[in-house]
Design a protein around this ligand. Structure first.
Ligand SMILES: [Zn+2]
Length: 299
C-alpha cells in the first residue's frame, strides 16, 4: 500500500505563478470521502479545494499527482484571468466556479469584506452605545454580562443593568445563586454618563454632518462620471464601493441615533408641559426645532 501521508503536499508553477497543493484533512478523516486537494495560489491569491473522483481510501500518491496534472491543465486552459478590479492574475471563475467568490482576486475580495465588516462593527458599536445611553437615562451605571455555565457544555448569556458598581466577589456570589458552575466568566462594563439634551443635540448634529460629508463623497463619483472623467471607471470599483459603504453606515448610524434622540427628548417635552404649567414656550420651540432637524433650525 502506498497511502498518501497526511502531511503530503506538492508545489508547481503555471505561467510563472507558484501553487502549493496539500491534502484536505476531511479526505482521510471521514470514511468514504474522496481525495481532495487544497490548492493555494502564491502571494495571497487564495485557495481552491479540488476534489478527485476517487475515494481517498483507494488513492495512492500517484492519484494525488494525477489530480495535480488535471489542475495544471485547467489552469493553462483559461483557468487564470486578470482580476477586473486590480488586474492581478487570479482564478477564472468560469473554469473554477465558486459560491463565495466573484471574478475578483482574493486580495480585492478580502479588502471589501474587511471594509464591510468594519462598517458593520461601527454600526453595532453605535447601537450598543445608544442602548447604554438609554439605560443610563434610566439611572443604571453598570452592565453585567455573564455566561451562566449550567452543565458540561451548556451555557447561557445573562445581562443585567446595575445602579451601582459591584465587586467580583458579589458577582461570583450572584452567579453561584443562578446555579452557575464557573463563576469567573463575566464582564462588568461602566455605562456612559446620561446625555443631556444639549449633548444629544450636538451628537445628532455631528452625525448629520458626517452623513452629509459621506454623501458628498459618493456624489462626486456620479459627477465625475457625468463629466466623462477617468473616475467613471472607478464607479463600481473599490473606491466607489468603499464610499458607498461609508455613506450607508453613516446614514444607519444617524438614523439609529436620531430615533433614540427623538424618542427620549420628545418624552421629556411632554413631561415638561405636564409638570410645569405654562412652561417656557421658547424652550419648547427650540426642542421641537431640534427634533424637526436642520430644515427648521435653518429657517
Ligand atoms: Zn484584485
Amino acid at each position: 500500500m502506498n497511502e498518501i501521508p497526511k502531511d503530503w503536499s506538492a508545489s508547481f508553477e503555471v505561467d510563472g505563478i507558484g501553487f502549493k497543493a496539500s491534502l484536505v484533512p476531511s479526505s482521510w478523516k471521514y470514511r468514504g470521502y474522496k481525495l481532495q486537494l487544497d490548492v493555494e495560489m502564491a502571494g495571497g491569491g487564495g485557495h481552491e479545494i479540488i476534489p478527485s473522483e476517487k475515494p481517498f481510501s483507494d488513492c495512492t500518491v500517484l492519484d494525488a499527482y494525477a489530480l495535480i496534472t488535471t489542475i495544471k491543465h485547467r489552469l493553462f486552459a483559461g483557468g487564470l484571468s486578470p482580476c477586473p478590479e486590480c488586474g492581478e492574475t487570479t482564478w477564472n471563475r468560469t473554469v473554477f466556479p465558486s459560491e463565495t467568490r466573484d471574478a475578483r482576486c482574493e486580495r480585492c475580495w478580502m479588502r471589501e469584506w474587511r471594509d464591510q465588516w468594519n462598517e458593520e462593527a461601527n454600526l453595532e458599536r453605535v447601537k450598543q452605545e445608544i442602548h447604554d445611553l438609554d439605560m443610563a437615562r434610566k439611572g443604571f451605571t453598570h452592565s453585567l454580562e455573564a455566561w451562566i455555565h449550567t452543565g458540561k457544555d451548556d451555557r447561557r448569556l445573562m445581562q443585567l443593568f446595575l445602579r451601582e458598581a459591584v465587586t467580583d466577589k458579589e458577582v461570583a456570589a450572584l452567579l453561584k445563586k443562578q446555579g452557575c458552575k464557573l463563576q469567573n466568566d463575566f464582564q462588568v462594563r461602566k455605562l456612559p454618563a446620561a446625555m443631556s439634551f444639549e449633548e444629544a443635540k450636538a451628537r445628532a448634529d455631528q452625525l448629520n454632518i458626517n452623513a452629509r460629508a459621506a454623501g458628498l463623497k459618493l456624489d462626486a463619483f456620479s459627477a465625475n462620471a457625468a463629466a466623462g472623467s477617468k473616475l467613471e471607471a472607478a464607479k463600481g470599483g473599490e473606491a466607489y464601493r468603499q464610499a458607498k459603504a461609508r455613506f450607508e453606515t453613516a446614514k444607519h448610524i444617524q438614523h439609529a441615533f436620531n430615533r433614540w434622540y427623538e424618542k427620549v427628548f420628545r418624552v421629556s417635552i411632554q413631561q415638561e408641559s405636564e409638570t410645569q404649567q405654562g412652561s417656557e414656550p421658547g424652550l419648547k420651540r427650540s426642542i421641537l426645532r431640534a427634533i424637526a432637524g436642520d430644515k427648521a433650525a435653518d429657517g
